[in-house]
Design a protein around this ligand. Structure first.
Ligand SMILES: [Zn+2]
Ligand SMILES: [Zn+2]
Length: 407
């Protein structure tokens, strides 16, 4: 009885702990959001830009320092100023709201001020993980900002990739991927989605290369170059793909109810193997730091990966492609995004409920927010089933396959 009494849970203490943790975690998140907003403002407001430009002026393309003086200036006028602003803002918020947990955010901001001051007074770079010099070996990370992610802010597009630790603000602002000035090649360019994507990409100031087996069906326009290719002869495109930043694999065939041997071979040849050959050829062009940071492959594997398309061979061949992409992503050669698209009106699917334009706009909205699996569909089940299937396939492939040496 005495033991039971002494074990009685102190609910007031539990409640206080939960409250402290909730406010504490929120304050860390708030610190990150405030810093990234300040960074975005630095690129919009002229007088803030003056200080922030010291940061941009300190690094060469390989992230080695332009000079020791430029580095010290960048620490003083950017890192220290930014950290002080963050400490002051979070202190004001903690004083106004009067929650102990919020002081955790203040302490977090103080560690950044401490790091920046140390770098300034000692002239060293080793606590600044996103700016360590040397070649970029990893692809841009999706869950947190790694060196390759931040490199793009310096050398791909200074008006994007603002986030410093968690890419939350980039996801909200749509600055997680910049298409500006990028060379983007896409297959299936003469189809409904190919044409809609071409128009949207040009609106985003990208240079588009239409890779097509039907060059006569494509209307020439400014910002668009047309290159014809043949199924089975993908290797001939290698020289053209060297200078391409993003390859969008969007061609496909739908044999509907046909189940002849020819239909089976044709479905896999077009939907699976020709896509894989293009992925392999493009992967060979990912050499060096710039390519590692900016080259991407987007593959239209379609909703047929998880949902019925009323066409068995279309589903089978697209699922095979989707699964092999999950396998290939483990090597991290470059960013590979899957486009999981629902039914839209096209030659392949006259019964589509969405328009190709809506789908193209949806794809770019999510790509700019750095979604690696881009789901655009009216079928709610796909949003539930696809992530589960993707996670299970990833887990299975990760356990039972291994990287080739040198990858
Ligand atoms: Zn930087
Ligand atoms: Zn900047």
């Amino acid at each position: 009885m005495i033991l039971a009494q002494s074990l009685t849970i102190d609910w007031v203490l539990v409640n206080n702990c939960v409250q402290f943790t909730t406010w504490g975690v929120s304050s860390l998140l708030l610190a990150e959001i405030l810093r990234d907003i300040y960074h975005a403002l630095c690129h919009q407001v002229t007088w803030l830009a003056k200080w922030h430009n010291k940061h941009h002026a300190a690094y060469r393309r390989d992230l080695t320092l332009v000079s020791q003086k430029a580095y010290l200036d960048s620490q003083l006028y950017h890192d220290i100023v930014e950290s002080i602003i963050l400490v002051v803002l979070l202190t004001i918020i903690a004083l106004v709201v009067q929650q102990w947990g919020l002081w955790l955010g203040v302490a977090y901001a103080v560690t950044f001020l401490y790091g920046a001051s140390l770098r300034y007074f000692q002239g060293t770079i080793d606590t600044d993980y996103n700016h360590l010099p040397g070649p970029l070996e990893a692809i841009p990370s999706v869950w947190f900002v790694n060196r390759t992610y931040h490199w793009r802010h310096h050398f791909d597009d200074v008006n994007a990739y603002y986030s410093g630790v968690f890419p939350l603000v980039d996801r909200i602002l749509g600055t997680g991927l910049s298409l500006k000035g990028k060379t983007i090649a896409l297959t299936g360019a003469s189809g409904a989605l190919g044409q809609a994507l071409t128009a949207e990409l040009i609106k985003h100031n990208a240079k588009v290369i239409a890779l097509t087996t039907n060059p006569d069906k494509i209307d020439l326009q400014t910002g668009l170059k047309v290159i014809s290719w043949e199924l089975g002869n993908e290797a001939a495109l290698k020289a053209n793909l060297e200078k391409v930043d993003i390859l969008i694999i969007n061609h496909g065939v739908n044999v509907y109810g046909d189940r002849t041997s020819t239909a089976i071979y044709n479905s896999y040849e077009v939907n699976t193997f020709s896509a894989l050959r293009l992925i392999d050829i493009f992967s060979e062009t990912v050499t060096g730091s710039d390519a590692k940071a900016t080259k991407e492959i987007w593959v239209n594997t379609s909703e047929a990966e998880v949902s019925p398309a009323l066409s068995p061979l279309y589903e089978l061949s697209k699922r095979a492609l989707g699964d092999i992409i999950t396998l290939k992503r483990l090597d991290g050669v470059c960013v590979i995004r899957k486009l999981i698209l629902g039914p839209f009106k096209s030659q392949l699917n006259p019964y589509g409920v969405m328009s190709a334009n809506q789908v193209a706009q949806g794809i770019l909205f999510l790509a700019k927010r750095d979604f690696r699996n881009i789901i655009v569909t009216v079928n709610p089940l796909t949003y539930v089933l696809f992530p589960i299937r993707e996670l299970m396939t990833w887990f299975y492939c990760r356990i039972f396959s291994k990287a080739v040496k040198g990858n």
